[in-house]
Design a protein around this ligand. Structure first.
Ligand code: IMP
Length: 409
């Protein structure tokens, strides 16, 4: 059973927490895209873990994790992250595997990423982690894969600066590298969790290009970058927040604006702790965009939605969502590809009565106040997709499921 968890907005939806929650029942957790641009926060008991490259399942003792073919891996960041996990008492040795087809992020690439951003006529606001440059080298057929470090011909022809950088990691990575497709074949029929990176709207093809990342954030990426065939994907979960956020530049039709929405943005940002795990940047915040969420459901064949951060609205008298865009006298309900349209779009808002009570103690859908249920039911109706997991707080325990997700029905 292969379960794929992706972000259904612009990233930072709480995927790390949900993957961590689902990891308990899975035998293997595999990340299939992105690199150290991602940032996942997991809170268990009193400990907070911040992960960038290592899949969230690592926190569970004994679980195996994979860094898949679709990832771009900065070995220095990876070993720093692993050292931090060791300091936090996580024994990861023998549990972290890396596809030998994954590409390496080299120091030159990071510098190039920062330079390129300065020269762009459309600055994206990248994380500066060398992500786009590494994927570009990959497409140019000029990149360095994990396997290439152990190919004597390629190794000897590599620029010396690459060899100097990679040499200290070579022996350690050799013990972690795998032939991913063969490895995954051994797990056929077992419970495997695939963890996406960023969110669908930052996907190179499906996202708000050019204001996107360079990997694939779509569910199909679990096959392309995760070492399984497309028919092996059994269920797709799309994680979304009760509101929207975006880090970096680019269109955001449902973004709060102070003239219309007063201090809502600041309130949501503070209550939701909306600051980047990777860059510390304040995230832009806006209404839950159902036009975009429906698009995400379609593009990814999402079977189940996962709602997070709903508790952020606990003290709000009203909770609003964006149900359409108005642009030059037209009402738009299909997510547009034109940046100009998205930039000029005015969100059409539907407002619900707030629940004015804490949802943190809820452990079942029936515990939710009627107002919260009405809000969730509207999302389900609009997107034609059921909301099957609800997260009501940061902790692993503050999560409940509405149906067993490890079955095919
Ligand atoms: P890059 O991935 O560093 O090239 O950045 C491209 C765009 O994606 C920028 O707007 C980043 O802020 C955004 N981005 C990249 N990774 C994440 C993430 O994990 N969460 C949210 N935004 C991200």
């Amino acid at each position: 059973m292969n379960l794929v968890v992706i972000g259904a907005q612009w990233g930072d939806e709480g995927k790390g927490k949900i993957v961590d929650f689902l990891a308990e029942d899975s035998e293997l957790i595999s990340r299939f895209s992105g690199g150290a641009n991602a940032g996942h926060t997991i809170v268990t008991g009193e400990t907070t873990y911040k992960l960038h490259l290592i899949p969230s399942g690592i926190i569970y003792p004994g679980k195996k994790v994979i860094l898949g073919t679709g990832m771009v891996i900065d070995p220095q960041s990876m070993f720093e992250e692993l050292a931090t996990l060791t300091e936090q008492g996580i024994d990861w040795e023998g549990r972290v595997f890396i596809s030998d087809r994954a590409h390496l992020v080299l120091p030159d690439y990071k510098a190039e990423d920062i330079e390129l951003e300065k020269k762009r006529f459309n600055p994206i606001g990248t994380t500066g982690r060398g992500i786009g440059v590494t994927y570009a080298h990959k497409s140019h057929r000029d990149g360095i894969r994990i396997a290439d470090m152990y190919d004597s011909n390629i190794w000897s022809r590599m620029p010396e600066s690459y060899r100097t950088f990679l040499e200290p990691f070579k022996a350690r990575i050799e013990k972690m590298k795998i032939n991913l497709v063969a490895f995954m074949a051994e797990y056929k029929g077992k419970k495997v969790l695939f963890e996406g990176a960023q969110g669908i709207l930052l996907d190179l093809d499906a996202g708000t290009y050019p204001f996107v990342s360079s990997g694939y954030s779509v569910a199909a990426g679990a096959s392309v970058g995760g070492g399984i065939g497309p028919r092996e994907i059994d269920r797709v979960l799309g994680v979304f927040k009760a509101y929207s956020t975006r880090v970096g530049n680019g269109p955001f039709p449902s973004e709060f604006n102070s003239e219309r929405d007063g201090a809502t943005e600041e309130m949501v940002r503070e209550l939701g702790r909306e600051y980047g795990v990777t860059t510390g940047r304040a995230r832009r915040c806006g209404y839950l965009d159902l036009v975009a969420l429906k698009y995400a459901c379609r593009v990814n064949s999402i079977d189940s939605l996962v709602l997070t951060h709903i508790d952020v609205y606990d003290d709000f008298d009203e909770v609003s969502v964006c149900v359409a865009y108005e642009y030059e006298g037209e009402t738009i309900t299909d997510f547009p590809s034109s940046i100009e349209v998205m930039d000029g779009a005015v969100p059409v808002i539907k407002t619900f009565k707030g629940w004015n009570s804490s949802l943190k103690e809820s452990t079942d859908y029936s515990h939710l106040p009627e107002e919260a249920q009405k809000y969730i039911e509207f999302i389900e109706e609009y997107t034609e997709t059921s909301v099957d997991i609800i997260s009501v707080g940061y902790r692993r325990s503050e999560t409940f499921i509405r149906k067993d997700l490890w079955t095919r029905s």
